[in-house]
Design a protein around this ligand. Structure first.
Ligand SMILES: Nc1ncnc2c1ncn2[C@@H]1O[C@H](COP(=O)(O)OP(=O)(O)OP(=O)(O)O)[C@@H](O)[C@H]1O
Length: 620
């Protein structure tokens, strides 16, 4: 049976409750106590396992602030006001009601029904009671009705006052609410007990720290690891717990971080604590043992990879002119869902990687990772190990063919992969081909998409590319044409890029003047779409008006199109407000464009290695 304590701010309420208690299915105990007095009673009752405390007005509010048991407030309702006003109907003087909005606002209707005049004085805080009483007095009110606090204040100021008492209806209503509160708390407790059970079955230690810094959850595994029982740990301050369990944490990485336990007692256990901030300001710590750590590291690395190279491209992001659709886009869309390997052939910057990403996102492998290997940027003696792992014969989780499992492995410029690795790749693909029955049961562990700017057939003939791998790739070959071969589509492409860049760069460029367009069309675009994108970006960024004019475009295009630069070009490049990084980026871009977007020769000319160049390009 539920056990309720009622702290009545006035005597009559206690009497009424005791009257009613016998018919009610609860264990009810009532005491009289207003404000501080009520609080003292409530505090003493904390030890007596009451489910709920019920009180009224300011006393209820005060108790709620200081006691852990839930406090339910008796609301003054329409019946209570009706009773009080009916009682005052024949009163000859001016009547005023003073109180919180919930009491005062319902008065109008009832007063109108009773054909009575009642002046209203709303207060929002108890401190306002005194000035409200004074105001009422000044306006000729000779009798006040209100709550305990207003009645007491009115009497202090020499005004007659009548308390709006709570009737049976208000009591029944508050008891109902108290019952619901207990039931919902019970439900929450059961839920919590279930979660605790669940946590106790976990192999990792789990410690939940509340926003106030005290431990709220603590599972069995944590107890085993640290030798501190749940009874001791729960409610302990996190800092105190760390001291007691001899843990010192380091490597705090801010928002989401890994912390390593280096405490003496645990030094050899190889423990690792992973902390994750919770939305409510608390922290959730997971404690991993040595054997779990490898798994965790793998997860972190995966997450990191995904963060750095999310396959963002989707088919709907591409501009599709009739030419683009017919020459490769339709086919690429169709082949997306196949498991077969794909080879994308095209010059630098035509969009090979973006297309591979879009195909991955449209494929059955889209939930898996999109692992990228830039074969041309990786030293060739390391490529085999990177792809298949160390030669020790043991399975190496760092091998890209394993990391790409259930996802896509994209190898950029496959012709840079040495022949033995090409053979191994071909053998792997063939093995998955044979695994099933019949020609249509090709189920490789990952989807392979490769790109090349070379003529692979030619390379096979010259014994520079593995024939087997070529045979596997050849049926699904996509040729991405160079931009100069469909230059008549430039207006269309520019239109879409302008729209996209206006949005991302916060510009309002409506178009490019015809003479500038003509110049753009006369260029041979060795860096293809990527180069077009970069050039447009520079033009749009430097534009202040609605159109890109020749006057503004000339110096920019001159440097790109290898025309003699006008005098101010260097000054513009160095610019007054430009940072060294920005200047460096532009120089790299210019040299890259001059070198036909060939990264090797660009790196050589700039005196940096290809990896550094690649990094700098990707910082853009
Ligand atoms: N039809 C198209 N519509 C819009 N953008 C396109 C289209 N084709 C290509 N692009 C864009 O051009 C850029 C090409 O870059 P991407 O890195 O994909 O080319 P790539 O061929 O892999 O280059 P590289 O071989 O030099 O690494 C991407 O930003 C891509 O979104």
């Amino acid at each position: 049976m539920f056990k309720f304590l009622i702290i009545a701010p006035y005597r009559g309420l206690k009497d009424l409750l005791e009257d009613m208690a016998e018919e009610l299915p609860y264990e009810i105990h009532a005491e009289v106590g207003d404000l501080q007095q009520g609080l003292t009673i409530a505090k003493a009752a904390e030890q007596q396992k009451y489910d709920v405390i019920i009180s009224r007005g300011g006393t209820a509010k005060l108790i709620r602030q200081h006691v852990r048991i839930p406090v339910i407030e008796i609301a003054v309702n329409g019946y209570d006001i009706l009773r009080s006003l009916t009682f005052l109907k024949e009163y000859p003087g001016k009547v005023g009601i003073i109180g919180f909005p919930n009491i005062v606002n319902g008065v109008d209707t009832i007063a109108e029904l009773l054909d009575m005049q009642v002046m209203k004085f709303v207060i929002h805080h108890e401190d306002q009671a005194a000035s409200a009483v004074q105001q009422a007095k000044e306006q000729g009110v000779s009798l006040v009705i209100g709550d305990v606090i207003t009645v007491a204040t009115s009497e202090n100021y020499g005004l007659k006052a009548i308390l709006i008492t709570s009737g049976r209806e208000a009591i029944l209503e508050v008891l109902e609410r108290a019952k619901e509160t207990v039931l919902s708390r019970l439900e929450k407790h059961q839920e919590m007990a279930f979660i605790k059970q669940l946590l106790n079955t976990m192999g990792q230690g789990v410690i939940g720290v509340h926003a106030d810094g005290s431990i709220q959850f603590y599972n069995q595994t944590a107890a085993e690891i640290f030798g501190v029982s749940a009874e001791q740990a729960v409610r302990m301050k996190w800092g105190d717990f760390l001291t007691q369990a001899q843990i010192s944490l380091e490597a705090d990485r801010g928002e989401e971080f890994v912390q390593v336990v280096v405490g003496k007692a645990h030094y050899n256990k190889g423990l690792l604590i992973y902390g994750k901030p919770m939305a409510d300001g608390g922290m959730n710590y997971t404690i991993y043992r040595k054997e779990d750590i490898r798994l965790l590291q793998q997860q972190f690395r995966r997450a990191e990879e995904d963060r750095f190279s999310p396959p963002a491209s989707q088919f709907q992001h591409f501009v599709k002119t009739d030419f683009i659709k017919a020459s490769y886009m339709d086919r690429a869309e169709q082949w997306s869902e196949l498991a077969d390997p794909i080879v994308i052939v095209g010059e630098s910057g035509t969009g090979k990687r973006s297309l591979a990403e879009a195909m991955h996102n449209r494929s059955g492998y889209h939930k898996g990772p999109f692992v990228v290997l830039y074969a041309d940027l990786t030293p060739s003696d390391q490529l085999g190990r990177l792809l298949f792992g160390s030669d020790s014969g043991e399975s190496d989780e760092n091998a890209l063919v394993l990391r790409a499992e259930a996802g896509t492995l994209y190898i950029h410029n496959i012709e840079y992969v040495p022949l033995p690795s090409q053979r191994r790749l071909a053998a792997m693909l063939q093995a998955s081909n044979r695994r099933g029955e019949g020609a249509y049961s090709f189920t490789p562990p990952f989807r392979l998409i490769v790109s090349t700017s070379d003529d692979l057939e030619e390379k096979v003939r010259a014994n520079e590319f593995d024939r087997q791998l070529f045979t596997l790739l050849q049926p699904h070959m996509i040729h991405m044409p160079p931009l100069r071969s469909f230059i008549e589509d430039l207006d269309h492409l520019v239109f879409w890029y302008l729209a996209e860049m206006n949005r991302s760069l916060g510009k309002q460029v409506l178009g490019i003047k015809p003479d500038v367009m003509k110049l753009l069309k006369s260029y041979h675009w060795p860096g293809n779409m990527l180069e077009l994108k970069r050039v447009l970006k520079v033009l749009i960024e430097s534009s202040d008006g609605s159109f890109v004019t020749m006057q503004q475009a000339e110096p920019i295009l001159a440097s790109i199109f290898e025309r003699p630069a006008p005098e101010g070009a260097l000054r513009q490049l160095v610019g007054k407000d430009r940072t060294l990084e920005e200047i460096e980026r532009d120089i790299i871009r210019i040299v890259l464009e001059q070198e036909g977007f060939n990264q090797s020769t660009t790196a050589k000319r700039l005196g940096i290695n290809r990896t550094t160049l690649w990094r700098k390009l990707n910082q853009e």
